[in-house]
Design a protein around this ligand. Structure first.
Ligand SMILES: [Mg+2]
Length: 166
């Protein structure tokens, strides 16, 4: 299996250029919750993430949270705060939840971008589904123990990443 490869790397969600997404033919943004929209050491999304998602929708792009987090009440509450549709229990890197979300949003894989902070779940799921991915830096250093191990593997394989917008 090839190592997962993101389409782009951007430092934070709110630095993703919305006009560039429109020009790239994006009609739907699927977005991870934990450490992409909502820091692991917090329960609410920062205002700049909420504002960015509003800009995305104002540009005519649909938005849907796709989360592996099994606390579905928390995930649904976040999706409401973010103004997004939601698919929880996503089991990324399996591509099934992406297919479910794209079908619900009425878009094709070619019209979709997935934004997330993890190579081995978010980017891998996007690669499997043929969806372009934007890897962002995790909002918080805090994370699940196995995620921290995956981050170490990622650093060993790729070295330190450079992110646009730094
Ligand atoms: Mg995450």
């Amino acid at each position: 299996m090839a190592f997962p490869r993101p389409w782009r790397c951007v430092a934070t969600v709110d630095r993703i250029d919305v006009d560039a997404l429109v020009r790239a033919g994006v009609r739907c943004v699927l977005i991870d919750r934990d450490n992409t929209c909502v820091p692991r050491d917090d329960t609410v999304a920062p205002p700049e993430v909420i504002a960015w998602l509003e800009r995305v929708r104002a540009a005519g792009i649909k938005t849907c949270v796709v989360s592996n987090n099994f606390h579905s009440k928390q995930v649904e509450r976040s999706a409401r705060e973010l103004g997004c549709d939601v698919v929880h229990h996503a089991m990324k890197p399996a591509p099934v939840a992406l297919w479910v979300a794209m079908r619900r949003m009425g878009v094709t894989a070619g019209e979709t971008v997935l934004v997330g902070d993890q190579l081995f779940t978010d980017v891998a799921a996007g690669n499997f589904a043929g969806v372009r991915t934007i890897l962002v830096r995790p909002q918080s250093e805090k994370d699940l123990w196995y995620t921290l191990i995956f981050r170490k593997i990622e650093r060993a394989v790729y070295g330190e990443r450079t992110y646009e917008g730094d």
